[in-house]
Write a protein that binds this ligand. Structure first.
Ligand code: F0G
Length: 360
């Protein structure tokens, strides 16, 4: 008998712990909880590269394509899997929004309780809604992210509640997978990686991931350009910022928990940490949307930093291969767009009126 024609059976993708778990330093008790995070696209943006003034390869690693719409899901699958395996009943975090939504989702997936602390009035609508939708207990703190972080550290030391901020080493382990993916996709590390910096977990994890892949596979090392918002730039100023302010609320952080490691990553890689204005961040958000890639403001900071350095003549991109990490989806923060948006014109349902309006 002839064998029946089988449809193509692609290898199933089962998330970052399944794909890269053997490279991650996770305890044996870890019980994987996944939403099939990771495997995000590296989108070429040649027109943007040309606009920025150079003949170079530019890619966007669009982390907004993760299950809860931000890069946090890579580290969260690791942190919650470890907490579950160790018998924790609840997880807690402080958050400017994305960590909260991610912790809430992975806790829901594993049947754990999630408690999230957010700075009052400074969290984008899509993030707060996510945390609520996934069933977390959401607490607003009359203070900053930094105040909230100090509180969750203290409470998790006193009570058996697992802390899932990026102080948790397993968050960094899971997050390293983004660097592995970039090397696997490109065949080597890029010349430069640019990304936004807030609490500095992500930059720490990328650098650790690239170094590990270099040791294992000789994939080379990128220079890292970390970018903060000018009103929240403790790593550029060299001291904590008591009242951080920026339109990029995700990175509105005055005392980054992994600040030292961020500075070390920048220095060791032969890169740097710089600051850009809110105007530059919003302009880059708009330019990216012009490529069909809608990211939240903080996520545009890395590229805004690159654009800033090229325009100032500090950075010569010619011939280089550059990856910009866009950390979260634009849907997270719709207000930033709709606030300044005139209401769309309302027309009677008649073709001739429509023709007049769109064809002039
Ligand atoms: N981009 C986005 C969209 C973020 O949500 C964050 C951090 C960052 C960049 C900076 O990453 O902290 O690792 O340097 N958001 C955290 C949160 C603080 O609570 O969601 P980082």
């Amino acid at each position: 008998m002839q064998p029946m024609n089988q449809p193509n059976q692609p290898t199933p993708y089962l998330g970052v712990l399944h794909r890269y778990g053997h490279l991650l330093d996770l305890p044996a008790h870890t019980r994987p909880v996944t939403l099939l995070e990771g495997d995000t696209r590296l989108i070429p943006v040649p027109r943007l590269a040309e606009e920025l003034g150079g003949d170079f390869e530019l890619y966007v690693k669009f982390e907004g394509l993760n299950p809860t719409g931000s890069f946090k899901d890579r580290g969260m699958t690791a942190a919650v899997s470890e907490a579950l395996g160790r018998g924790a009943k609840a997880v807690i975090c402080a958050s400017t929004g994305n960590t909260a939504a991610s912790a809430a989702a992975y806790a829901a997936r594993s049947g754990l309780k999630a408690v999230v602390l957010i700075p009052q009035g400074k969290v984008a609508a899509g993030k707060l809604a996510g945390a609520v939708a996934y069933g977390a207990q959401v607490v607003q703190i009359e203070g900053s992210f930094d105040d909230a972080l100090a509180m969750v550290v203290e409470i998790s030391n006193k009570h058996p509640i697992a802390l899932v901020n990026s102080i948790n080493p397993y968050r960094i382990e899971g997050q390293k997978t983004a660097a592995f993916e970039i090397c696997d996709t490109l065949g080597s590390a890029p010349d430069w990686l640019c990304l936004p910096v807030g609490n500095a977990g992500n930059i720490t994890a990328y650098w650790a991931g690239f170094r590990q892949y270099e040791r294992l596979h000789g994939t080379g090392l990128p220079h890292i350009l970390g970018v903060q918002a000018a009103g929240s730039a403790p790593l550029v100023l060299g001291h904590p910022v008591e009242h951080p302010e920026t339109v990029a609320t995700a990175i509105r952080i005055g005392k980054p928990a992994r600040g030292e490691q961020a500075l070390q990553a920048a220095e060791e890689s032969g890169g740097r940490i710089i600051a850009v204005s809110d105007e530059e961040i919003l302009a880059m958000q708009k330019r990216l949307a012009g490529e069909g890639i809608w990211v939240e403001p903080a996520s545009a900071a890395g590229l805004a930093g690159l654009a800033h350095e090229i325009a100032a003549g500090i950075f010569k991109p010619q011939g280089k291969r550059i990856v910009a990490v866009c950390t979260g989806h634009g849907l997270k923060d719709p207000d930033i767009i709709t606030r300044a948006m005139p209401l769309p014109e309302a027309l009677p349902p008649r073709l001739e009126v429509l023709e007049e309006v769109i064809l002039g």
